[in-house]
Ligand binder design. Structure first.
Ligand code: SF4
Ligand code: MG
Length: 333
């Protein structure tokens, strides 16, 4: 399939009193049409900041320092806020973890949906309402013609999340960015919502960028997976290869700490140790102090991010040429 989004060497930094924080530090990956790409990592890995960079919704301390975000070959980093605003409704939409904070409590579901539908699809009031009711039906909301006149707080968490999905889909976006879309929901509802998203995406031929810490969700939804650690991509491959033959020790740790990835919705338990402080990243591999395979070279030099097999990229010295014996010495961590 054709490329839809291409992120090239993105660096997103935050200004703080202690110094600049490289939240996203030279990240590259792409999303093709009708593809579901999952970005997975622990909190602090830079996955959410990556998605906010694409939408240009960073808070005032954050800025894109370097790199390109090409959406249908147009560089989003260069667009004005007004052009971005149009794009955010028309072509790219977002589904957040907690729908209550993104739905406006003082407007009915119908008013909120109609507003964006009318703006972006240029429909009359009546058409917009009909279109909205249809979208609510599509996401499995019973009595959609009644729900459309309700306020967000009178709906359950699962129903609100369905409304969010209906809203995100209502303008026929080319790309949906879903940041932990089901984390706040109980497991049964989670499963329903994920299945729903999968079906709808197929039907509407949309691409999804899925941000998650949950490998169960990845296994259920993704075609391809980007693993992030400490602001960098450490591995990227298709979902089958990722679970069958993970190459980066961090990915291996993630998978091993998920009791049964084929059984959905097991939460990740953490790998021993913590992500290093972004104010003080080590010069070598950022995973070195948690890695059971760490060698001398890992501490002294940063590994390159390389394609080690067809479409399988890894950033790790284990999968690169290590020139001399001394470099190969194991270090105890
Ligand atoms: Fe472990 Fe070294 Fe690979 Fe880093 S580069 S993940 S420390 S083996
Ligand atoms: Mg997050």
């Amino acid at each position: 399939n054709e490329k839809l989004l291409e992120i090239k060497n993105l660096k997103t930094y935050f200004k703080t009193e202690e110094g600049e924080i490289p939240s996203v530090d030279d990240v590259s990956f792409e999303i093709r049409k009708e593809e579901v790409v999952a970005v997975v990592g622990e909190s602090g890995s830079g996955k959410s900041v990556t998605s906010l960079s694409i939408m240009k919704l960073l808070d005032e301390n954050g800025y894109i320092k370097e790199g390109e975000i090409l959406f249908e070959e147009e560089d989003l980093t260069k667009l004005s806020e007004s052009t971005m605003r149009r794009l955010r409704g028309d072509d790219i939409s977002m589904i957040f973890q907690e729908p209550l904070t993104s739905l406006n409590p003082v407007f009915t579901i119908g008013n909120q949906m109609a507003e964006s539908v009318r703006l972006h699809l240029k429909m009359s009031k009546k058409e917009a309402k009909e279109h909205s009711i249809n979208m609510l039906k599509k996401v499995g909301i019973p009595r959609a013609d009644k729900v459309i006149d309700m306020f967000p707080h009178s709906l359950s968490g699962g129903m609100r999340q369905r409304v969010m999905i209906a809203m995100a889909l209502s303008c026929n976006p080319k790309l949906i960015i879903a940041d932990e879309p089901t984390t706040a929901l109980d497991v049964t509802i989670q499963a329903q919502i994920l299945r729903l998203m999968k079906d709808i995406v197929k039907e509407l031929e949309t691409s999804i960028l899925l941000i998650t810490h949950d490998l169960g969700v990845v296994a259920e939804m993704a075609d391809r997976v980007v693993v992030m650690y400490a602001g960098q991509v450490v591995e990227e491959t298709d979902v089958f290869t990722l679970f069958k033959e993970p190459k980066h020790p961090y990915t291996v740790g993630l998978i091993e700490s998920t009791p049964k990835v084929t059984e959905l919705y097991e939460k990740l338990t953490s790998i021993p140790g913590t992500v290093p402080s972004p104010l003080d990243y080590p010069i070598g591999c950022r995973f070195a102090d948690r890695c059971p395979h760490a060698m001398r070279v890992c501490i002294e030099r940063e590994p390159a991010y390389e394609e080690v097999e067809n479409h399988h990229h890894v950033k790790c010295w284990l999968h690169q040429e290590v020139e001399n014996e001394r470099d190969r010495e194991k270090v105890n961590v």
